[in-house]
Design a binder for this molecule. Structure first.
Ligand code: OGA
Ligand code: NI
Length: 338
């Protein structure tokens, strides 16, 4: 391929060889149906008990849900989308200045997932940013489009508040103190992946992102309003999650699966691509502090339940995660008690 990124203006009449999945790993798009019963939780409700109960149920049975009336203004969501589109529309030479394949970089444009570890590539470009604390990281963010820093800063602040609030509901839904998760995870990091999936000549043969779970604690996803592509694994079947205007898709990450002793599942999800339209998504990840010691919450195992996972620091987990490909055995499996 001529350039490192897909969003280069080059038109691909065929899918390049290095993106083609073997027959048995293909998405089989015609077999995927719409998820009819995605939990949609109204965070504007006055009934806190009900919110907590709905979130608990969604976490237990789905591992993901959507939230509406979440306090993030429509304006901030639109601005985030616009500035993200603006970024990927920049001339390729401009974007390539930010290109890196090193996952330890705190700001980089990259492509696929983990180019140096994977066998088959994925039809995605992504901009990855660290977002907390803002005054530490904003200076290294792209300064083009000119409004990038301001719009993304605004967005990051409100999304963080939303995420922390959802963690309180999740704590309570597990029967833990409201601040339990917050206290265990310490001063949480916040990362962002701005995902750009260009139109793809042969969507049946590849992925934007193959099935994976998120390695962090909680993910807040802003989906493209017009183009679908997110699918989650529900009862052994892939189902499509259509964009809901004004909603965020929330999913539990590996760390909350471990903390809940497996009661809440870090959901398997993937992004598929399509022939005609580019798709954009913005994933915000709340991540435990590097030093945070993650283990199944004591109150959940006092009854003598098996303690499924051993204690580990988040730094240890994160390093392991990025040393691998998404296709291998699930990372959390490596942290089980023997
Ligand atoms: C991710 C992710 C899904 C999407 O960035 O981890 O799962 O719809 N994105 O882009
Ligand atoms: Ni993900």
């Amino acid at each position: 391929m001529d350039t490192k990124v897909l969003s280069s203006g080059i038109h691909y009449p065929n899918l390049p060889e290095s993106y083609i999945r073997p027959e048995s790993e293909r998405p089989r798009l015609s077999e995927v149906s719409e998820c009819e019963d995605v939990p949609i939780i109204d965070l504007g409700s006055q009934d806190r008990t009900q919110i907590v109960q709905q979130i608990g149920e969604a976490c237990r049975f789905y591992g993901f849900f959507q939230v509406i009336n979440h306090g993030v203004g429509l304006e901030a969501m639109k601005e985030m989308e616009e500035v993200a589109h603006g970024f990927f529309k920049l001339p390729v030479e401009e974007k390539l200045k930010l290109y890196s394949e090193d996952p330890s970089k705190t700001m980089r444009l990259s492509t696929s997932f983990n180019v140096n570890k994977e066998k088959v590539h994925n039809w995605r470009d992504y901009l990855r940013l660290h977002c907390y604390p803002l005054d530490k990281y904003v200076p290294e963010w792209p300064s083009n489009p000119p409004s990038f820093k301001e719009s993304v800063t605004k967005y990051c602040k409100v999304v963080r508040e939303l995420g922390l609030r959802i963690q309180e509901y999740i704590s309570e839904s597990l029967g833990l103190e409201k601040d339990y998760i917050k206290n265990v995870l310490g001063e949480q990091g916040q990362h962002m992946a701005v995902n750009y999936y260009p139109p793809c000549p042969e969507p049946e043969l590849t992925y934007g992102l193959p099935g994976h779970t998120d390695p962090n604690a909680l993910t807040i996803l802003l989906q493209d309003l017009h183009v679908s592509g997110l699918q989650v694994l529900k009862d052994g079947k892939w189902v499509a999650i259509s964009p809901h205007p004004q909603a965020f898709v929330i999913n539990i990450g590996d760390q909350l699966q471990a903390l809940s002793n497996g009661l809440y599942k870090s959901v398997w999800h993937r992004a598929v691509v399509n022939v005609d339209k580019p798709r954009l998504s913005v994933a915000s990840f709340l991540c435990p502090n590097d030093e945070a010691l993650i283990s199944p919450a004591k109150p959940l195992t006092q009854d003598g339940s098996n303690v499924i996972y051993r204690g580990y620091t988040y730094a240890e987990y994160y390093k392991k995660f990025w040393s691998r490909d998404l296709e291998q055995e699930h990372c959390l499996e490596l942290f089980k008690n023997k």
